[in-house]
Design a protein around this ligand. Structure first.
Ligand code: GDG
Length: 523
């Protein structure tokens, strides 16, 4: 859908009003810091979600609500006295929980518990261990911060609509904000569309058994206060339906794979596969800085074949088994020795957490061992670059012969899509069947089980030996797939569905209710 028809859509009781779209996420599109003159400077944020929504919010009437993360953010909020401000075209308001509550919500519940459950990263005999502190963090941190988010969203919506009939669609993003739908419904009633999107995998009921029933039910029944819940794949949506059926007594699916009936309301679980901003990426690769980095990399690679990976330093990305597979490749197929170059571009993430530090140390040790075993005076088989540089990642993505994307679990994995879009060497994608991207790109990639180190080594070998015609055919098909469904489509498909539901809700509200009428938002 385009902006034009977004504004023309016949939506609620007052179709002349364009919708108010509210995005709520933990991390905002900008962060603020105090420069040496004491003034506040804004910096565009990083991460998949911001990459996806950033450009869109600049072009459309979107209001974004996020948490104030650092000192600069808090100063920005103080300066603006909790009002909405426009920053480089984005209307922004920041939520300000206390540092203690934020720490409990983010560092004790969202990341160590929910992320680990949804990526199934447990070492079950030892972790997780839900202690009294975890319960305190749940109640005083996660629940409280979600409630605060809902209060700020409700207040902002009331101010922005001024009691008019303007359609309001609220998109709470990701696992940090699972309880927002429940509180928003209590505060704003059924007049708004609430449509959360879950960016990470949603596993089936068994994975959720590690979460105590009170927490699990709070999450599920809150999401069931939404009008619709968005996921990357139909598998995630199906798993959500199964979890609700299994754990929530009042939830029924009536045989459906994508719908839950909860207290006579219908809640849809729908797949909206996220993608990349193709226009923005095509501009970035043309920038002189990216070109300069690309030239440097061309010199570094020489006439070797490039095996690339680009990831946050994150156990779910399966970087260690990727290195093991590379070692297995060099051991089994000696013909590649000296003829290939592995480049791992790793972006620091959650480095204050012990497990993440240990994981980086293990990666460096593993890479070091491969280099110790196979290098010669002219060749270093693995180069690991740790640091944040998106331009460098885009430069390398243009040059790979093989892109290795082998996560244990991944909501989507935008690197697979960016690589497909910008690569200039008809590179082959070696893709885990547990990345969300598998459902769109799997047929044109070489797919692997992330646990199968031998199979991954074989796939890399196959990719390196693939005939030029087949490489071209696959690369072209991948590129087309990404071009045909970019991030705008992801966003507008959700807006479209929400507007339709909003319109049908408005019609129902204006129809006298007779006993036995189905009160669902969609029929
Ligand atoms: C979560 C889900 C889902 C690379 N180097 C740098 C940098 N990048 C870019 C990548 C890519 C993005 O960051 C990372 O996105 P991913 O999708 O790979 O992974 P997550 O960060 O785990 O994102 C994921 C996503 O949300 C969207 O829903 O796909 O499954 O886990 O675009 O190229 N970005 C910056 N500096 C770098 O050095 N800023």
């Amino acid at each position: 859908m385009t902006t034009a028809n977004l504004q023309e859509s016949d939506t609620t009781g007052d179709p002349t009003e364009s919708p108010l779209i509210v995005i709520a996420s933990n991390r905002g599109p900008y962060s603020f810091s105090v420069n040496k003159d004491g003034a506040l400077e804004s910096k565009r944020g990083s991460g998949g979600l911001v990459t996806a929504l950033g450009a869109l919010a600049e072009k459309h009437d979107v209001l974004w609500i996020a948490a104030a993360l650092g000192k600069g953010d808090r100063k920005w909020v103080e300066q603006h006295e909790d009002t909405v401000q426009e920053v480089e075209g984005i209307k922004l308001r920041l939520v300000r929980p206390t540092a203690r509550r934020y720490d409990q919500y983010y560092n004790e519940i969202a990341n160590p518990l929910l992320w680990f459950i949804q990526h199934q990263l447990w070492d079950i005999p030892r972790t997780p261990s839900i202690t009294r502190e975890t319960w305190q963090a749940w109640r005083n941190g996660y629940v409280a911060v979600n409630k605060l988010f809902a209060e700020v969203i409700a207040d902002t919506v009331r101010t922005a609509t001024g009691g008019s009939n303007r359609p309001v669609i609220i998109f709470p993003q990701d696992y940090h904000l699972y309880l927002v739908p429940r509180y928003l419904r209590e505060m704003l009633g059924r007049s708004v569309q609430i449509q959360p999107f879950v960016h990470i995998p949603w596993p089936g009921p068994d994975a959720w058994r590690v979460l105590p029933a009170e927490m699990r039910n709070a999450i599920l029944t809150s999401l069931l206060q939404s009008d619709r819940v968005g996921f990357h794949t139909t598998k995630d949506a199906f798993n959500f339906v199964q979890c609700c059926r299994f754990y929530v007594p009042a939830a029924h699916s009536r045989g459906s794979r994508d719908t839950i009936y909860f207290h006579e309301r219908r809640v849809k679980a729908h797949a909206y596969p996220i993608s990349v901003d193709t226009e923005q990426i095509e501009t970035l690769v043309e920038e002189p800085y990216t070109r300069m980095l690309k030239d440097q990399q061309i010199t570094f690679i020489g006439d070797r074949k490039l095996i690339l990976r680009v990831d946050r330093i994150e156990p779910s990305k399966n970087i260690l088994r990727g290195l093991e597979a590379y070692r297995a490749l060099l051991e089994r197929y000696k013909e590649h020795i000296g003829k290939v170059q592995m480049l791992a571009l790793l972006v620091p993430s959650r480095m204050e957490v012990d497990e993440y530090q240990d994981y980086l140390q293990a990666i460096m040790a593993q890479a070091g061992m491969i280099n110790a075993e196979f290098s010669d005076e002219y060749w270093e088989p693995v180069r690991v670059l740790v640091g944040e540089n998106y331009h460098r990642a885009l430069a390398a993505m243009q040059l790979y012969d093989v892109l290795l994307v082998n996560p244990i679990a991944d909501g989507m994995n935008l690197v697979a899509k960016e690589g497909a879009l910008v690569n200039e060497r008809n590179g082959v994608l070696v893709l885990s069947e547990y990345a969300g991207a598998f459902y769109e790109l799997g047929e044109k990639a070489l797919t692997v089980s992330p646990f199968d180190v031998h199979g991954t080594a074989e796939a890399i070998h196959h990719a390196l030996k693939m005939q030029p015609d087949e490489r071209r055919r696959r690369a072209e098909a991948l590129r087309q797939q990404v071009k045909n469904a970019d991030v705008k489509r992801w966003f507008y498909d959700q807006v479209d569905d929400a507007l339709r539901a909003s319109s049908s809700q408005a019609k129902k509200d204006s129809t006298p209710v007779t006993p036995g009428t189905n009160t669902s938002a969609e029929s």
